[in-house]
Design a protein around this ligand. Structure first.
Ligand code: 26V
Length: 815
């Protein structure tokens, strides 16, 4: 049992302070105090962490190019169930735990939903006693830090490792592996066996940095292993870098050092268009090769038979970024373990499973054949052979040449990573019902018809420990007071809240908690931005990456509409509203950056216009990320989930808001469909085009944004605002947005949905006037959010994908 008494903790803390910094507690900085606390916690868990569970059940490995973990201190204390002891102990030493929590850095090693999902999944695997580990990259620079200058986004490098290391990590040089790039590959005959010789390659060291992933009150600790790229053989230093083929000059040694270190230097931002960049391919193979080698090394150490790999190991690939797991595992099984192609292929397919996270065609990964051939010659050979065999099978089955071409892994000198992922795995899943249906019936239809049994849905979820228990303590405590604490381990129990839906006292208490959270957030905004927001106004929030398909533009056009209505009629009937935005745009995504400038300019104009008497405020928080989300979500009343239907694979912010009692205004897109199903028509506000309508427009056309603009004076009014000087200093940006809507016919149906959205917002306004009704809806949302815990999602993955057909599955089903 991992635990510690207050007395012991204090002694431990003090002596750690001396051993690490040779100084007293009184003189220490917050940074030092945090480091000491973290070091104490690491000591407390260390025995348990290294205690291996190998051999007792299947090991799950989750490969992801992004892990958006958020701060760890609070979450670790909560999961270890020692928060009160530590808080009290610190207090007696004159230290406030809250200050140390805020001191911790928030590693931005992900772009958004995909990376945050990976983090929630790690939390759930540990909490459900699943031996599941993450493999990722230890980027030196995470996603850029965002600053606003005159309303424009400016990107600043995210130098998060300021102290040189991360407080929660442990480096493990004895477990480093070498990843080989480039070079020449020869196939030679060795006693009638094909032997592969790889010469003149560039070796890159993959140095593992381990972060403990602590389960919720269950003494279970998994590992997130992040690899840093380095020169081979650290001790020799850069000048005599011991690369076999780089033993030449000083200049060569430096070049080599640069080559290796560049690989894990920086996280790529999701751009507007996918670009096949060489460095990104290096990152992907580096992660995959280091991870797979690590798995096989561990596996063999346990004296398990390689032929049984898929019985003991499951490898999951988070989108196509780690798809090279497929040829890399094949390489090791063929070239190093000496298996036949058929054996290796069977094992590979049975071990690997794949999740698709987007249907956006422009986001699909494709690598030029020449690039792959040069960078990864042996891997390319294997991909080619996988494809050759696959095409043979297809031509036996089908005569439709176009179809075979669509399904081919290599096409027009490009390698399709999605196709390779489907062919080389035993399971392909989407991340919400609608998304999976679109994959099966549209985007991946050829593959679905060919192998329907591979396809399945796993609706996303969120770690309710971080996104409710930890970020909204007052609500969480009140829920426990009402229905007991079982819901913390099994969120289905949240349903019990429904019996209070007519209970005035409970509803008022919920409103009071929300108001407290709103006040806290108002204080934060005042402190950070010197803007006064009214805690009695409706907090209406859209926080997510900035992308045209997510339609922040729809939101801001509606704000402009309200503004005009207020200017025309000062008695215009609306509850005061604070519109809150948080979003980063990819540095190269011009339209997204124009929309940021637009929101900031509109905010500036409206917030300074006394005529509207503070009825509307617009706040764009800078540098949105996990820590900010934890502050905003508990204070939110209206959750904006307004993507163009069919485009948002799932969304997970939508679930976080719901669990914290916000009411959702949404299109029937992604997991909004499931949220709607859970709460029913009366407890969510749905608007906009339905999936079949969008698919119809996309296939057959028939939409004219210009006609709409000309025929609807309200639409015309707000669109004209973009170019007529109504919003100052917006000339170029306003024109670019205008063109995207009118000249390029509004690809994301913003204008098509605007009227309907305005009506939906009017409905929200009306609902809010009846406080009791609003609070009841809020309660119903919380009560029905249990299904969106990532514990449910992970149990589904375990049952249907990772443990399918295993003896252990019987046990798992009891989860
Ligand atoms: C990447 C790109 C790159 C270039 C072109 C446009 C574009 C659009 C989207 C993306 C993101 C791809 C993967 C991703 O992050 N998907 C998100 O995954 C979340 C977790 O499953 C899900 O909730 C989000 O709906 C989905 O967008």
């Amino acid at each position: 049992m991992i635990t510690i008494s207050k007395k012991k903790f204090k002694q431990y803390f003090e002596s750690k302070m001396y051993s690490l910094y040779a100084q007293s507690i009184e003189g220490a900085t917050n940074e030092q105090l945090l480091n000491v606390l973290c070091s104490v916690i690491k000591d407390i868990i260390s025995k348990r962490w290294i205690g291996t569970r190998l051999g007792c059940e299947k090991e799950i490995y989750y490969f992801s190019i992004e892990f958006l973990m958020g701060r760890q201190l609070k979450s670790n204390l909560l999961n270890l169930d020692i928060e009160d002891t530590i808080r009290d102990g610190l207090k007696e030493m004159g230290i406030k735990l809250e200050n140390l929590i805020e001191e911790e850095c928030d590693p931005a090693l992900g772009n958004g939903g995909l990376g945050r999902l990976a983090a929630c999944f790690l939390d759930s695997m540990a909490s459900l006693n699943i031996s599941g580990h993450g493999y990722g990259l230890r980027y030196k620079y995470g996603l850029f830090e965002q600053k606003f200058v005159n309303g424009y986004q400016v990107e600043v490098p995210d130098n998060w490792l300021t102290q040189g290391s991360y407080i929660w990590e442990t480096v493990r040089p004895n477990k480093a592996t070498v990843v080989k790039f480039e070079g020449d590959v020869y196939l030679v005959n060795d006693n009638d066996r094909l032997k592969v010789i790889h010469k003149n390659y560039i070796p890159v060291m993959a140095m593992p940095y381990d972060i403990p992933i602590i389960g919720y009150k269950n003494d279970y600790i998994n590992t997130l292993r992040l690899f840093k790229s380095e020169i081979v053989n650290r001790d020799f230093g850069p000048i005599t870098a011991n690369a076999k083929n780089h033993s030449g000059s000083y200049e060569d040694a430096l070049k080599y050092k640069y080559y290796t270190e560049e690989i894990s230097q920086v996280l790529y931002p999701n751009d507007s268009n996918y670009a096949g960049r060489l460095l990104r391919l290096k990152q992907e193979y580096f992660l995959v090769s280091a991870g797979i080698q690590d798995i096989i090394r561990k596996y063999k150490k346990n004296k398990l038979k390689i032929i049984d790999l898929s019985k003991n190991v499951a490898i999951h690939i988070n989108d196509t970024h780690p798809t090279l797991c497929i040829p890399e595992l094949m390489r090791i099984l063929l070239d190093e373990e000496g298996l036949s192609w058929e054996e290796a292929w069977e094992i590979t397919k049975n071990t690997i499973s794949y999740t698709n996270h987007t249907i956006m065609a422009e986001a699909m990964e494709k690598w030029p054949v020449d690039m792959m051939k040069k960078l990864l010659p042996r891997i390319y050979m294997i991909i080619e052979e996988i494809n050759r065999r696959y095409l043979n099978d297809l031509t036996d089955k089908y005569s439709d040449y176009e179809r075979i071409k669509r399904m081919s892994i290599i096409n027009e000198n490009n390698i399709s990573m999605a196709n390779l992922s489907i062919v080389g795995s035993h399971s392909v899943n989407g991340v919400a019902y609608l998304h999976t249906e679109i994959l099966k019936n549209e985007v991946l239809n050829d593959f679905y018809l060919d192998e329907p049994q591979k396809f399945n849905n796993k609706t996303n979820g969120i770690a309710h420990r971080r996104w409710l228990i930890s970020c909204n303590e007052e609500l969480s405590d009140y829920i426990t007071e009402l229905i007991g604490e079982e819901w913390e381990k099994d969120t289905n129990h949240l349903k019990k809240l429904e019996i209070y839906k007519e209970n005035k006292e409970v509803l008022e208490k919920l409103a009071e908690i929300k108001l407290n959270n709103k006040k806290n957030f108002a204080d934060f905004i005042k402190k950070e931005y010197e803007i006064d927001i009214n805690p009695n106004s409706i907090y209406d929030v859209q926080i997510k990456r900035l992308h045209a398909y997510k339609r922040q533009l729809l939101n801001v056009l509606h704000i402009l509409h309200l503004y005009h209505e207020l200017l025309e009629n000062p008695n215009f009937n609306m509850e005061p509203r604070t519109f809150i935005f948080g979003a980063k745009a990819a540095p190269g995504y011009y339209l997204a950056k124009c929309i940021i400038k637009l929101i900031n300019s509109v905010a500036n104009k409206i917030n300074n216009d006394e005529r509207i008497k503070n009825k509307i405020k617009v706040v764009f928080v800078e540098n949105y990320g996990v820590s900010l989300a934890e502050k905003i979500i508990p204070a939110t009343e209206v959750s904006e989930q307004i993507s163009t239907t069919t485009k948002e694979a799932s969304g997970t912010g939508n679930m976080k808001f719901m669990m914290n009692g916000a009411i959702t205004i949404a299109t029937l897109d992604g997991a909004n469909v499931e949220i709607h199903e859970q709460v029913g028509d009366d407890n969510i506000v749905i608007f906009g085009l339905k999936a079949h309508q969008v698919l119809h427009y996309n296939k057959y056309g028939g939409y004219s944004a210009l006609d709409l603009y000309n025929s609807n004076r309200y639409i015309k009014r707000v669109v004209d605002d973009l170019i007529n000087g109504f919003i100052p200093n917006m000339d170029n940006e306003g024109r670019a947005i205008y063109d995207s809507l009118i000249t390029y016919n509004d690809e994301y149906f913003v204008l098509r949905d605007l009227e309907n959205y305005t009506e939906a917002q009017y409905k929200i306004n009306k609902l809010y006037k009846n406080k009791e009704q609003w609070n009841k809806i809020s309660l119903i949302n919380i009560a029905n959010s249990g299904i969106f815990s990532s514990d449910r999602t992970i149990s589904d993955y375990a049952r249907d994908i990772w443990f399918k057909g295993c003896e252990i599955n019987g046990e798992r089903n009891k989860l």
